[in-house]
Design a protein around this ligand. Structure first.
Ligand code: ADP
Length: 503
């Protein structure tokens, strides 16, 4: 086994990559494991060490090959192994985790044990309806039904593996607290990836990094495995089933602009490996794609480092103000609408304004502060001065907002959620944000068995896909917290189905 750096520091390394990235293809990335190690060596002591599989142990054949080591790929691998198969994971980047590592808000699920314990009444039907509404009614309803009905079980499955998401919050477009986060309210991605990796290791599932899959092979209409370049050497590895879990294409600006020209020039929150390889490989096997032009921009992205500011900041009470120090929209509307409202401002950017209470409830803010993204002041007036908005205007905005919270009635913009706490506890904070490319909702077409569908609407036997590489579930606007649920629910399903296919 090859020793890799502390996972505790992965997130900052990855964020560093993405900050440096101009959105070009990851295959051109020259960052090596040793370079990452160098960047992190000074601070790794005492942290848990993750290991990846030694390339010299690579075999010619596995039961199931999984391409990509984000949440979908790792869930698929664990489930396939539980179902009695011997899977392998190939990851093209030097580290596991993909965009999953950067997931922030949490995992949406309804009728869960944790909701019941906390007295939150929710239903799968309501979760279905709100996701459908959020997606403009264009979601693949069969996938969505499967998704909501299996969400609670996915939370229990994670919990059974020591990945406990029992802290609940709300995201835009959801009326109930169904966004499940780690106990301390921290961002979900790193915690989830850490937990999944731990389970991958415990089950001795091989995970090769720097392993770029370039082709899915077929022999006489049967899936026969993949071609992978591993540490510079091309190899053909056989398997009767392949699961494609390569994520989206939000870091491939050519593909983004080809599908949605108006996004030219936007920053991207995506990790470098999100280049759409899986979509291209599946298309070359006759696979069908859906909604490729449905690319989500996230409203709250720091533009200096392309860093996404989690929706949980608004979910825990923050408001958005313009340069004039005034609110301008319902902050808890869906991402497409909030983004559009920001773009419609003359300055095309806004400030998230919050207090010490929000900071306490959203651990990720400590990280934003360390990155130098927060402006802090003892009073609303001092904060206004620091961000160059009129002092009286920001003070009046906060006073009006705090009254709205007290009365549970937002006359100005009809916000109805995330009003449990007002913004009165100093110090006060501001983070400047604007929209950025975040999630590609389109992708390859699958059915509820996670089987890939070809252009003639027929299943391609032995070929499965899960996660952001697939399309249809989210319609034309993904709800915050539904991506993490997607990768776990359909990752598991792909693993289960692939394992039963090879039997
Ligand atoms: P999801 O959320 O759907 O699990 P992620 O973005 O978290 O997606 O993970 C997808 C992973 O797949 C990333 O780590 C990415 O680097 C990896 N990947 C993408 N293309 C390839 C490829 N051609 N070969 C191997 N790994 C790939």
């Amino acid at each position: 086994m090859k020793k890799i750096f502390s996972h505790v520091l992965l997130l900052s390394s990855v964020l560093l990559f993405s900050a440096c990235s101009n959105g070009n293809s990851a295959s051109s990335s020259s960052t090596t494991v040793s370079e990452i190690k160098e960047k992190t060596t000074d601070t790794t002591s005492g942290a848990s060490v993750q290991e990846y599989t030694d390339p010299t142990t690579l075999k010619d054949k596995y039961d199931v090959i999984i391409v990509g080591s984000g949440g979908a790929g790792m869930s698929a691998a664990i489930q396939a192994k539980e179902a009695g198969a011997n899977p392998v994971i190939f990851e093209k980047m030097p580290i596991a985790g993909g965009n999953t590592l950067k997931a922030s808000a949490g995992m949406n699920a309804s009728q869960t044990t944790f909701q019941k314990e906390q007295g939150i009444e929710d239903s799968n039907d309501l979760f279905f309806e709100e996701s459908l509404k959020g997606g403009g009614g264009t979601n693949d309803q069969e996938l969505l039904r499967y998704f909501v009905d299996h969400s609670a079980d996915a939370i229990d499955w994670l919990d059974s593996m020591g990945i406990t998401l029992d802290n609940l919050t709300t995201t835009g477009g959801m009326s109930e607290k169904r966004t499940h986060r780690p106990t301390d309210g921290s961002a979900v991605g790193e915690y989830l990836v850490d937990g999944l990796l731990r389970n991958i290791h415990e089950r001795e599932i091989p995970l090769f990094v720097n392993a770029d899959v370039t082709k899915i092979n077929q022999t006489e209409d049967q899936i026969s495995g993949v071609t992978v370049t591993i540490e510079g050497t091309e190899k053909v590895i056989n398997a009767d089933a392949v699961i494609v879990a390569t994520g989206g294409f939000g870091a491939n600006m050519d593909l983004v602009v080809e599908n949605k020209p108006e996004l030219k020039g936007y920053v991207s929150t995506n990790q470098e490996g999100s280049t759409g390889d899986g979509i291209k490989m599946i298309q070359s096997l006759g696979g069908q794609t859906v909604d490729l032009d449905q690319i989500q921009i996230h409203p709250t992205v720091d533009q200096t480092k392309s860093l996404l500011i989690t929706e949980a900041v608004r979910g825990e009470g923050a408001i958005l103000v313009n340069q004039a120090g005034q609110r301008f929209f319902n902050e808890m509307e869906t991402r497409d609408k909030v983004s559009a409202a920001i773009i419609a401002l003359p300055e095309q950017s806004a400030y998230l304004i919050f207090d010490a209470g929000v900071k306490e409830r959203v651990k990720a803010i400590d990280f934003y502060e360390k990155q130098g993204l927060t402006v802090k002041a003892d009073t609303p007036e001092a904060l206004a001065k620091a961000i160059e908005t009129p002092e009286e205007a920001l003070k009046a905005t906060l006073d009006t907002w705090n009254k709205a919270v007290a009365n549970k009635k937002d006359d100005a913009f009809k916000r109805e959620t995330a009003m449990d706490n007002d913004l009165s506890q100093g110090p006060f904070y501001a983070i400047k944000i604007a929209p950025g490319i975040h999630h590609t909702m389109g992708g390859v077409k699958i059915n509820t068995n996670a089987q890939v569908i070809n252009t003639e609407n027929v299943v391609i036997p032995g070929l499965y896909a899960a996660g952001e590489v697939t399309g249809g579930l989210h319609g034309n606007n993904r709800i915050g917290g539904n991506a993490v649920a997607d990768i776990i629910i359909f990752g598991r399903q792909a693993g289960e189905q692939a394992a039963s296919f090879i039997k």
